[in-house]
Ligand binder design. Structure first.
Ligand SMILES: Cc1c2[nH]c(c1CCC(=O)O)Cc1[nH]c(c(CCC(=O)O)c1C)Cc1[nH]c(c(CCC(=O)O)c1C)Cc1[nH]c(c(C)c1CCC(=O)O)C2
Length: 351
């Protein structure tokens, strides 16, 4: 056991300098599961809400107040920097991102212009306001990774099979790499805006990359995600890299450059850590679909996640993906308390 640090438990764990405390936050902790969120968002579209710094600050703080989580995540969306770069899109409630003119050709790709931090003034301002309000609680900045962003741009919206995206990737590799290079630049700029304004960690969401084979991931996607992570490396903040269904990609994802690898519920954290050579802290991985089960079941599963996480050189408790909109906030509150109260003991029992 290393000496306790003055740093936040979340940041210490990212850096593998934690004691036995288990930090916890939830992907999509801000959002429709919270009545106070539904109230302040009423009548304001998702994308408009992201451009209002006071509102962004309030929504980001809501789950921190309610749950006592160890980190805040910036309220925005992976599509916000694409819109700022001039791509016409909307986020449709209940559906997700919808692109006015999908990107399918070399000429389409050339329309995507580079983004500058100056084009994101509402991001800079919101992060500054937030950091002043948050005190010791660190703010996590985030961005979408090139593959996940490309999947929306090429499909034109959400997809089940990513068929158009994969077809472009394998049939026109030059166009694909040009697209992903541009998206990497945009993602890195979105992260830079957040980190230079005071975010103390970042998460790169490659939510849909688990649809790829390891060979395609390595050849067509990994270099672009690595580019984003490398660009942000100069700021010395911990980097978290997450995707859904990535069990077969974990070994490769570990090489992309992040300090922490996020894992979904399909693979236990001890197995995930083994696939990562026990070199990285892990984040996850309670199945969000279980949040509606009776509390004793949720509690047992929460304890099992903590026990499996003890195999890694650091464990940040989270869900395996985002909080579903219908979740009872009281359950998340109980999970945070359990992780904080019982986490150290469960870890010591395993070690
Ligand atoms: C794939 C993806 C998107 N957006 C994001 C991802 C990667 C994370 C993941 O895999 O879930 C990232 C994201 N989106 C949002 C956040 C805010 C911070 C947080 O996690 O609390 C974060 C980190 C707010 C949001 N982004 C969105 C909402 C819900 C819309 C609303 O409340 O009106 C929120 C709170 C909209 C959105 N935006 C996107 C989708 C699929 C949706 C859901 C559409 C729907 O079900 O209505 C694209």
């Amino acid at each position: 056991m290393s000496a306790p640090t003055v740093e936040s438990p979340f940041l210490a764990t990212c850096r593998q300098q934690s004691d036995d405390r288990v930090p916890v936050w939830f992907m999509r902790q801000a959002g429709r599961s919270l009545p106070e969120y539904r109230q302040v968002r009423a009548g304001i579209s998702m994308l408009d809400s992201c451009a209002r710094p006071e509102l962004v600050t309030e929504i980001t703080l809501q789950p921190v107040r309610r749950y006592g989580v160890d980190a805040a995540i910036f309220y925005s969306d992976i599509m916000v920097p694409l819109k700022a770069a001039g791509i016409e899109l909307d986020i449709v409630p209940g559906t997700g991102p919808v692109i006015a003119e999908p990107i399918r050709s070399a000429a389409d790709v050339q329309r995507i212009r580079p983004l500058t931090v100056e084009q994101l003034p509402y991001v800079t301002e919101a992060v500054r306001l937030l950091v002043a309000e948050l005190g010791e609680t660190p703010l996590i900045g985030f961005a979408g990774a090139p593959f996940t962003l490309a999947s929306y741009l090429v499909e034109g919206g959400p997809s089940k099979d990513y068929a158009k995206t994969k077809a472009l990737m394998v049939s026109e590799p030059e166009v694909w790499h040009d697209l992903c290079s541009r998206l990497a630049q945009i993602s890195a700029t979105f992260l830079t805006a957040q980190v230079t304004a005071g975010a103390r960690a970042v998460q790169l969401f490659d939510s849909w990359v688990g649809s790829l084979s390891a060979a395609d991931y390595r050849a067509s996607v990994l270099p672009h995600s690595a580019e984003v992570l490398e660009t942000i490396g100069q700021y010395r903040v911990p980097r978290i890299h997450f995707g859904v269904g990535t069990g077969e990609l974990l070994t490769l994802m570990g090489t992309a450059g992040a300090e922490v690898v996020g894992v979904d519920w399909r693979i236990p954290l001890d197995e995930a850590s083994a696939r990562l050579g026990h070199r990285y802290a892990v984040q996850g991985n309670l199945d969000p679909a279980l949040l509606g089960a009776p509390w004793p079941v949720v509690a047992e599963r929460t304890r099992a996640v903590i026990a499996a996480g003890a195999a890694a050189p650091g464990h940040i408790f989270n869900l395996g993906h985002g909080v579903p909109p219908g979740t009872d906030p009281a359950v998340l509150e109980r999970i945070v308390d359990l992780v904080h109260d019982e986490g150290p003991e469960i870890r010591r029992a395993v070690e």
